[in-house]
Design a protein around this ligand. Structure first.
Ligand SMILES: [Zn+2]
Ligand SMILES: [Zn+2]
Length: 509
């Protein structure tokens, strides 16, 4: 979800004239109404917390059922919060109040203060902070019921834990965009120079390159201490010819069972494991998880994502320019009417491209990412597979081949078990009416838009035990998909770039 939150916050920070959407409240009233709306949605969070704490304290055996309801409602309230913040910025007049009140004088003119656009999504930030403070109680109650005796965060520690993730994944890109706008206001010549434009163009890929280095201090990650776990992971990395800067531990107080890889090059590449993953997974399953992360590196997925983002964002910019030029040049009466309707709302025209980017990423990046996850899953199976395609189990004497070239039934089962363990308790099987089931399947799919639902991933891998040839077909198709995507984007960019003019495109970027 962070990627869509980034887009929503970027949209709020763009130079849209919010006054045009407001219901016309004066700034003091707009502020009061916004405060009221924030308080209203926080009262929903309070009600959810009360339900969780009361139910779990009265009957700890209902902890898993309550955790599921809590997760579902928290997700629903996420959208309510976002919608409420959007209503504050637009209809209730918060955005207009910020734009009309937060000024400084530069060269004798009134200009929006540096980084003042960050105040536009302030209602969302307030709701977010309020939710962290409120949900702490619910999370603590669930944690106490699920892991008796295990310490939990202090309230401050819990807020900091959430704030760190938010800062790295959401705030950092939003800050870059607002920084660029601030520079455009206060040093327009510098912001329009070719050198600056080229630097901004490289900022995205550069961010991907340095993000792993920032990740360690921002999330407070610690190196995995020397010991049996580390020795085992290092041995597997050597066998798979994989290099990284370090293995890191993410201290979540048992809040997350997860692993991730970040970084394009071995010198700035980390593999991160959460504390609970290291505690709960047996050694062979931990190997399988590291195998999955190494699979992402071996298949060059992070490079592919960086290239995909660069090409996609440039192509979308070129497409928007192209459509704009066509609309400007169109002489047919219906297009003239469209043009006339848009007069006065020019500042709003920056928003449709943001929405388009969101929809595009959801569909196209989702499709790409699900294929890459499956490739990493298969690699994870191979990382813990022996050379015997009919093996019935592994023991201390099993010899694993160098690299990850073979696939054996035990390797597949080990990886599938690890995947099942990180997925946590799943919803019971299909129940209810047909439309209800279809809706739940759709929600599951949307929830897992970038990775695919875990039961489906497990089913596919288990199927490979009986049909190993499926793997080669899948790899061929995945390769063809990636080639078609990159070539398609490249051709679209070249075609649109020649149409709108490369100079105009560079200026727009
Ligand atoms: Zn993955
Ligand atoms: Zn085997």
């Amino acid at each position: 979800m962070p990627i869509f939150l980034v887009l929503a916050l970027v949209a709020a920070c763009l130079p849209v004239r919010w006054a045009e959407a407001s219901l016309g409240f004066e700034p003091p009233l707009a502020v009061a109404l916004t405060g009221g709306a924030v308080a209203l949605v926080l009262s929903f969070a309070l009600a959810l917390r009360r339900f969780v704490v009361r139910t779990v304290c009265a009957d700890p055996s209902r902890r898993f059922e309550v955790a599921r309801h809590y997760g579902t409602w928290r997700r629903r309230l996420f959208f309510v919060n976002l919608g409420t913040a959007a209503a504050c910025v637009t209809a209730l007049g918060w955005g207009a109040a910020v734009q009309s009140e937060v000024y400084v004088t530069a060269d004798g003119q009134l200009v929006l203060a540096p980084f003042a656009e960050l105040l536009v999504p302030l209602p969302y930030f307030a709701i977010l902070l309020g939710c962290w403070l409120i949900y702490f109680g619910a999370e603590r109650a669930l944690h106490a019921a699920q892991h008796p005796g295990r310490p939990f965060w202090s309230r401050g520690g819990y807020v900091l834990y959430n704030a760190r993730q938010f800062a790295l994944l959401v705030l950092l890109p939003v800050l870059l965009v607002t920084g660029q706008q601030t520079l455009g206001r206060f040093a327009p010549e510098a912001a329009q120079s070719d050198a600056f434009r080229a630097a901004m163009l490289c900022a995205g890929p550069l961010l991907v390159l340095v993000l792993p280095l920032l990740m360690k201090p921002v999330l407070g990650l610690k190196p995995l201490q020397p010991g049996p776990a580390r020795a085992r992971l290092e041995a597997l990395a050597r066998r798979l010819h994989f290099r990284c800067t370090d293995f890191l531990v993410w201290h979540t107080n048992g809040g997350a069972v997860n692993a991730l890889i970040a970084g394009l090059v071995p010198r700035a590449r980390y593999v991160v494991f959460t504390d609970r993953l290291l505690e709960e997974l047996p050694p062979d399953e931990l190997d399988a998880v590291l195998g999955h992360e190494i699979g992402h590196a071996k298949h060059m997925h992070i490079w592919l994502y960086a290239l995909f983002l660069l090409l996609s964002l440039s192509t979308i910019a070129a497409l928007v320019l192209f459509l704009g030029q066509r609309l400007d040049a169109a002489e047919a009466p219906e297009w003239v009417r469209v043009r006339d309707t848009l007069v006065g709302f020019e500042s709003w025209l920056v928003l449709p491209p943001v929405a388009l980017t969101g929809a595009y990423l959801f569909v196209v990046f989702g499709a790409l990412s699900r294929r890459c996850e499956r490739q990493a899953d298969v690699y994870g199976c191979k990382a813990v597979s022996c050379a015997n395609a009919r093996c019935t189990g592994h023991d201390a004497t099993t010899v694993f081949p160098d690299g990850a070239r073979c696939l054996c039934p035990t390797g597949v089962r080990t990886f599938a078990r690890a995947l099942d363990r990180v997925s946590g308790p799943q919803d019971a099987g299909p129940r209810g009416s047909a439309p209800g089931r279809a809706w739940r399947a759709f929600v599951e799919w949307v929830k897992h838009w970038s990775h695919g639902p875990i039961p489906k991933r497990i089913d596919y891998l288990m199927g490979l035990i009986d049909r190993p040839a499926d793997e080669r077909r899948f790899q061929r198709r995945a390769f063809a998909f990636k080639c078609a995507l990159v070539l398609g984007l490249l051709s679209a960019l070249v075609l649109l770039g020649t149409q709108v003019g490369w100079r105009t495109l560079l200026d727009a970027l």
